[in-house]
Write a protein that binds this ligand. Structure first.
Ligand SMILES: [Zn+2]
Length: 393
């Protein structure tokens, strides 16, 4: 009996997900989990809600709720829809869990101990009209790489380039639209990915069976321009995992939290632990899926995600794992997907564009959607011919 660890990219907490999210990770991951269980294999199928960062804070503010209450409620909403869609997660966790706090602080401490973290005084955009720093995705502007005029401060959705907010041309606040911005100095921690570039490339090169979509995106960010860049892993926010070295304080980092993209993939591990905790099982039960020295050597680990998540899963998360110098399980196969489109454009949660999972279930039962989405999903499509939903059908 083989053992399969399967994770679906974790959906963000700020709203109900659309069918593009479903078909780009959760549904194919579910099919693969069911297939492997059906063959008699042992399966651990994990998903969770991704709960940190500015969008969660702002969505809570809009809803008039404390952010922790908002996240707890939205988690239940998403968990309920997942159940109604028949997604057979062994556990649907929360990245704000105590397990994830401890593990994220553990990894940061190990990375620092091994010389993979450096402190950087950086300039960050402060919005005078909004009265706050505007981290990553709450600054919009023109992408310096492709010219797309709605690029976010963390990444351009159009060309997938990872960006820093100060890279944007004509920046504006995504909260208020204000261009009354100024740059202020603040200290942050950076993960020294650049120094791990060769190790990461050797690891990616060893995966000769990965889909071209996955390896081409990974290679692009390893080799394009100046190559793999060091990555800021902390933010000036209230909501998130406090910056600590293991369980010790981190001098100079008081009041800061880890960047949501640092803690989110660690939640795959944490959610497995949350699941075994919920069953009252000992730590050895989750560790045998994740620790090579505690039974995970015979585990096959497969990740499912949309193409925008590929850089973080092929570069940043492996850098976290490799840099820890501890025997954690690395992914064996990354299945990535092009975007499902709606009437010729991208689905968008923030712009309310597309068919959302709750609306879909009010129209037809889950199995109809599952049956129809499987051949419609853009799994074999190239970038120029993604799957499409037409509202005329
Ligand atoms: Zn771009």
């Amino acid at each position: 009996m083989a053992r399969h660890l399967i994770t679906s990219a974790i959906p963000y907490i700020n709203g109900i997900k659309h069918l593009g999210n479903l078909v780009g990770s959760q549904l194919p991951a579910d099919l693969y989990a069911r297939y492997n269980r059906g063959r008699g294999h042992e399966v651990m199928f994990i998903c969770a809600t991704d709960e940190h960062g500015t969008p969660a804070e702002l969505a809570a503010k809009k809803a008039g709720q404390p952010v922790a209450v908002f996240c707890a409620e939205m988690h239940e909403v998403q968990a309920d829809i997942a159940r109604r869609f028949g997604l057979s997660f062994d556990h649907f966790g929360r990245s704000s869990s105590e397990r994830n706090h401890v593990l994220t602080q553990h990894f940061a401490g190990k990375l620092d101990e091994n010389g993979h973290i450096r402190e950087v005084e950086e300039k960050q955009v402060y919005s005078i009209d909004d009265g706050r720093f505007l981290p990553d995705r709450y600054i919009e502007g023109t992408c310096p790489n492709c010219g797309y005029d709605k690029a976010r401060g963390d990444q351009c959705e159009n060309c997938t380039k990872q960006l820093d907010p100060t890279d944007l041309i004509n920046p504006r606040s995504a909260i208020s639209g204000s261009t009354n911005l100024e740059v202020r100095a603040t200290k942050h921690l950076y993960l020294k990915q650049r120094a791990m570039r060769d190790q990461i490339e050797t690891w990616i090169d060893s995966k000769d069976d990965w889909p071209i979509l996955t390896t081409s995106i990974a290679k692009k960010w390893l080799n394009d321009g100046d190559g793999l860049q060091d990555r800021g892993i902390t933010r000036d926010l209230d909501w998130g995992i406090p910056v600590k070295k293991g369980d010790q304080p981190w001098p100079g980092m008081e009041g800061k939290v880890f960047y949501v993209w640092f803690d989110a993939p660690i939640e795959y591990i944490a959610a497995t632990a949350e699941g075994t905790d919920a069953k009252g099982q000992p730590d050895s039960e989750w560790r045998r899926w994740w620790r090579l020295d505690e039974g995970a050597e015979d585990v096959t680990y497969t990740q499912f995600m949309g193409k925008d998540n590929v850089p973080f899963h092929t570069l940043s998360f492996p850098a976290t794992i490799i840099g820890s110098n501890e025997p954690w399980k690395l992914v064996d196969y990354i299945k990535s997907f092009n975007y499902l489109t709606y009437d010729g454009g991208q689905f968008s949660t923030s712009q309310g564009r597309g068919v959302f999972m709750d609306q879909a279930l009010s129209i037809l039962p889950a199995d109809y959607w599952r049956w129809w989405l499987c051949p419609t999903r853009p799994n074999r499509a190239t970038a120029s011919s993604p799957g499409t939903i037409s509202s005329n059908r």
